[in-house]
Design a binder for this molecule. Structure first.
Ligand code: AMP
Length: 302
């Protein structure tokens, strides 16, 4: 049936040591949907303003993403401005303008209500729950968030986490959410808040998976060209959830494969600004890099 996502669709302005872009297409749901669209059908819930160009909507549709749930409201589209130093793992937010998201009251189209898999991308946790409660009987629900909401809407975020099966956040966010510097201890505190499966992304160092009985460590892909880390987390989540939705199998072994597909999508995304790399990607490249991930960590004779 496909994957339902709610999150931001945005204009990003980003500065990295390698260049600068202004008001380019961004947003957690945009990166997520595009990455996931290589694996499954995606239905998008978000809002944009009058200033959002039709060409961006046309791009989403060209990826077969259902935009029936993409509202156009009076006002301006969400804007985010961020900067990265040579320490590319951490974004420094300079400005966040919620704009049309401030008054967004999503009403899910009838065709969206029976989705079995839901991803609550990084956005106001009130809105995440608003959307989730309109889905009839979701089989599994995953979620992302960031320091902006951990600091600004902590109580609401804790309510959302009670409804979530899989949480995907980065190491800094895991430490801030749990108040615990050690990631293993942080993981067990966070898992006690609701999500039984926790993925902690560690930028170029890869990702850690924590479940009831297992810890799994995936490497980051050693890339020569890292241009812009914006959207890496969302593309990771898109590849991960897209693969899980395509296979509908939550065994540990399949979740591990999904993490590698997530890492593959994130590694492509950082090779260029905005969604430029995801726009030119094809499935053969994804499969090739998935195999390279296998060779990267295989240490028996090959
Ligand atoms: P990441 O994958 O973590 O690099 O996410 C980057 C994207 O998140 C950017 O395209 C931003 O537009 C979006 N973003 C930044 N801050 C927020 C926020 N507070 N709520 C929702 N989306 C955000």
């Amino acid at each position: 049936m496909g994957l339902l996502v709610v999150g931001s669709v945005a204009f990003d302005s980003v500065k990295t040591p390698f260049g600068e872009v202004d008001n380019v297409l961004g947003g957690s749901a945009t990166f997520f949907s595009t990455a996931a669209s290589y694996f499954t059908n995606v239905s998008l819930v978000a809002v944009v303003g009058e200033d959002f160009p039709e060409e961006h909507v046309a791009f989403l549709k060209s990826r077969n993403i259902d935009t029936t749930g993409l509202d156009r409201s009076t006002g301006k589209t969400f804007r985010w401005r961020g900067e990265y130093t040579y320490e590319l793992n951490e974004a420094h937010t300079l400005d966040t303008q919620l704009n049309v998201f401030e008054s967004f009251k999503p009403k899910l189209p009838e065709s969206y209500r029976d989705h079995e898999v839901v991803f609550l991308a990084n956005i106001d946790p009130d809105l995440q729950r608003d959307v989730l409660k309109q889905v009839n009987n979701p089989k599994f629900v995953a979620c992302d968030t960031m320091n902006f909401w951990i600091e600004g809407k902590r109580d609401s975020l804790i309510e959302t986490l009670k409804l979530v099966d899989i949480l995907i956040i980065n190491d800094g966010e895991a430490r801030e959410l749990s108040g615990e510097p050690n990631l293993v201890k942080a993981a067990s505190k966070i898992r006690s808040l609701g999500p039984k499966t926790l993925i902690i992304k560690r930028g170029e160092y890869g990702a850690l998976l924590f479940t009831e009985s297992n810890v799994f460590s995936a490497p980051g892909y050693p890339l020569e060209t890292v241009f812009d880390p914006t959207g890496a987390g969302d593309s990771f989540a898109g590849g991960f959830m897209g693969y899980l939705t395509n296979t509908m199998n939550l065994d540990d072994a399949n979740i591990r494969k999904a993490i590698i597909f997530g890492s593959v999508m994130a590694s492509f995304n950082v090779e260029d600004f905005s969604l430029n790399r995801l726009k030119t990607l094809n499935y053969q490249e994804i499969e090739n890099r998935f195999r390279e991930f296998g060779r990267l960590t295989h240490f028996d004779d090959i």
